[in-house]
Write a protein that binds this ligand. Sequence first.
Ligand SMILES: Cc1cc2nc3c(=O)[nH]c(=O)nc-3n(C[C@H](O)[C@H](O)[C@H](O)COP(=O)(O)O)c2cc1C
Length: 468
Amino acid sequence: MSTEQTTKNYIRLGVFFQGVNSNTVWKTPEAGSQTDFESFRRLAQTAERGLFSAFFLGEGLRLREHLGAVHDLDVVGRPDAQTMLAALAAVTTNIGLVATQNTTYNDPADLAHRLASLDLLSGGRAAWNIVTTDNAWTGANFRRGGYLDHQDRYTHAEAFVETAKAIWDSWGSEDIAATGRQASWLRPGAATPIEHQGAHYTIDYTSRLPRSAQGRPVLFQAGDSAEGRDFAARQADVIFSAHTGLQAATDFRTDITARTLKAGRAASAVKIMPGAEFILAETPQAAEEKRRWVKEQQIGPQQALAYLEQFWGESLEGIDPEGPLPSFDPKISESDVTRGSGFQGAKAVELTREWRETATAQGLNILEFVRVKSGRSDGTFAGSYTQVADRLEQFAARGVVDGFNVTPWLIPNGLDDIVNHLVPELQERGIYPTEYSGNTLRENLGLDALEPATTKRHSDKTIIEVGA
Ligand SMILES: Cc1cc2nc3c(=O)[nH]c(=O)nc-3n(C[C@H](O)[C@H](O)[C@H](O)COP(=O)(O)O)c2cc1C
């Protein structure tokens, strides 16, 4: 086990594969299938070869919709995250397995059990990326509907996570007999019932599983509002942020540190790993050519118009993608919510007028403008291996992030050049691990070990009062 890991600002890497997305390039011969286990096996094993901390799956419970129909430009069809991660646990050894699961539509006892199962089966490599989900139409999937207002979503999430943590902490790993040769399977009085009576549900549950090798699943969080950030400061081990640029990441770290200290936790208790895209080549020129090609593949004429339609709130069929932005204002009203983009209509007119001015001033047609606009220039590391390593070294020197969640633009081979070229360069500079620190995700993220049981055990029941 390495001892140097605690003393350096490492840049750790995870790989993030979304539930639905439009960033992955599928129309190229090297692209694999998004439904085939082979793609995921290849990707996860490559990540593990590159000592990635985590293999991370996003979640989309309902296909995105656009102008009243399924948004058929998205890549969809990925099998269920937990099923996929359980299968990957069998073909990997060290890499963490992170499942995005929302609190709004799950039940705490059920989800806690499923995540604990993954954690046990993988030898302490599971994590839960906690999301609250920001749209009402996903609720139509469920018997109870159950969409909540923004504020309520986080109150609910807090009660949910406190309950899940109590469930995971209610057994010691020593509480269960490993074989049937003892008088009973369970140590008498071992499994403490968890009772929660709150605004959203009433639960009286006795956990069915002992603690895992890492105590309980690591908690990731993704959600960027003030409430989301405070929630992360109280509950998360890792934040999956959208603040990738050096300045944005610095500001985000400052903000999260203040919130974490206010929540009574050490600043180092919350790691930050923004999402990022890497487009790499041997030379700066080759990387720039590749970047252009990737952007062209990601945003073609259909994607460009669909992007604008989200803001104009109507079909732009017939408008030339190689011509100027529409000369008319959006008709979208304040109450409209474009499904899947999260964008609300209130500022559409103001915003699109600004865009029109910018595009005209810079001489950009629709296609070019949307490529620039949605190109996540902040979130893209494009350049030669050395150039990108230089940039990452700046992040490591400032200590503003603990790593990045790579969103590969090509599946399943999109990590190859990172693992083969960038990782060795970072290792040489001493800013990337040279081995896995241990067997659990908690160890491999440099997180402190948990106390044996963090929940105070009462004589007969553990009462969770958060959100009551
Ligand atoms: C980087 C990032 C990744 C996210 N990934 C998912 C996801 O995979 N599935 C999902 O339902 N929501 C996802 N969300 C959305 C959150 O669930 C949350 O609903 C949304 O950000 C609104 O909360 P907020 O107002 O606190 O940001 C993500 C959010 C962020 C910032």
